[in-house]
Write a protein that binds this ligand. Structure first.
Ligand code: ADP
Ligand code: MG
Length: 368
């Protein structure tokens, strides 16, 4: 019997398991505030050590200082979200062309100049170490899962939890939001909700469980419903704007990362386009994680592979693209007696291991 390869295209042929649709509630949700897009002076990210080195010269550098960027081009770039030298330095020529209408050659020059200006070349091992030392973890609410994750969800990285409907992905999203604010009461959490499953009431319970003031916690969570994949991607741009305007964001949650993409891109012909967009979306998230030392938590539903006879007959949506762009991946499944089994898979610096937890009214606990 021939087994199908686990590549992106083969997933098109597999069926997705959706046991039930999540219930839709009419709960009012805050929206990420509509904000103007000013062409800002380039801000030094205080959390990036190498940025300090040339702080004096860089402070003065704006997008308009880049060769080939006049006021009109700067305005167009800004409107597309490229409003800092850093944003341009990490953009692709195609993105700059699309945003500003300049030729590809000019786009390359602009990006090159931005990179030169930022001194984005090599770092010493010591600088990398210093940078890694500033990375922190956000607790997942139970000591045994924190332990397999070496402290919890890491800043500077994307963590993906994947599992079937009801496996607890959204519960962990809520818990992380509360834990992030517990660790730093000044910080904000961005919750991009694509399935209308954010519940202020759950935040309330978790906050109470941790001895926090629930209203204060809720006040620091900015929730935005994403109505389709484009909107979802736009909300990441909006988040970047909030950060550039001074909002201290420590955690971005995208729950679910893949649901809109799965629903909108149906059929073989559109698969490549879907993967391309998903790839860009994850790159945008990774950039924010890296530039601002914040944690990104995304959820992904698994689907059954009816043609697979060995191993776990499920695979996460988005396949290689999502897997490769996530630094840490945790597979959640139902265990005995209402427990959940969490398994860390293929982490770059941690061993594969699993633990058993239980979602309760007040929090998430060790079990088994
Ligand atoms: P997913 O996002 O993976 O689809 P959820 O995170 O929504 O799944 O998990 C839903 C599960 O969380 C429920 O089946 C239940 O086991 C647990 N849960 C939700 N709310 C509570 C609660 N108030 N008390 C105890 N368990 C809860
Ligand atoms: Mg969910």
């Amino acid at each position: 019997m021939k087994r199908s390869r686990r590549d992106d295209v083969s997933q098109d042929a597999v069926q997705e398991v959706v046991l039930e649709e999540p219930e839709v509630s009419g709960e009012a949700l805050d929206k990420v505030a509509e904000v103007e897009r000013p062409v800002e002076k380039f801000k030094i990210d205080k959390e990036v050590p190498q940025a300090k080195v040339k702080a004096e010269t860089r402070k003065e550098m704006t997008v308009q200082d880049l060769p080939g960027v006049g006021a009109a081009t700067a305005e167009k770039l800004s409107l597309a979200g490229f409003d800092t030298v850093m944003a341009i330095a990490v953009a692709t020529p195609g993105e700059v062309v699309q945003a500003s209408g300049v030729s590809e050659a000019v786009a390359r020059k602009i990006i090159h100049a931005a990179r030169e200006g930022l001194d984005m070349g090599f770092q010493t091992g010591l600088e990398v170490l210093e940078r890694r030392n500033r990375m922190t973890q956000i607790s997942l609410g139970a000591s045994n899962i924190d332990q397999i994750m070496a402290g919890g969800v890491h800043t500077g990285a994307i963590t993906e939890f994947f599992g079937a409907y009801g496996s607890g992905k959204t519960q962990f999203g809520h818990m992380l939001a509360v834990q992030a604010i517990k660790a730093d009461p000044e910080c904000h959490v961005i919750y991009i909700d694509t399935e209308n499953t954010f519940r202020p009431g759950r935040v309330y319970q978790f906050a109470e469980g941790l001895g926090l003031e629930p209203e204060k916690v809720l006040a620091n969570i900015k929730v935005a419903r994403a109505f389709n994949s484009d909107h979802q991607m736009l909300l990441v741009d909006k988040t970047a704007e909030l950060i550039n305007e001074g909002t201290k964001v420590k955690l971005i949650i995208v729950d679910s990362l893949t649901a809109h993409f799965r629903a909108e891109f149906v059929g073989r012909g559109t698969l490549a386009e879907r993967q391309q967009k998903l790839n860009k979306h994850m790159h945008d998230l990774a950039k924010l994680a890296d530039m601002h030392n914040l944690a990104v938590y995304v959820t992904n539903q698994v689907m059954a592979k009816p043609d697979m006879f060995f191993g776990d007959p499920t695979e996460a949506i988005g396949g290689n693209i999502v897997g490769h762009n996530s630094t840490y991946r945790v597979y959640l499944r139902r265990g005995k007696k209402g427990t959940r089994v969490a398994k860390l898979i293929d982490a770059p610096d941690l061993p594969d291991s699993e633990c058993v937890i239980m979602v309760t009214e007040k929090g998430i606990e060790n079990a088994g």
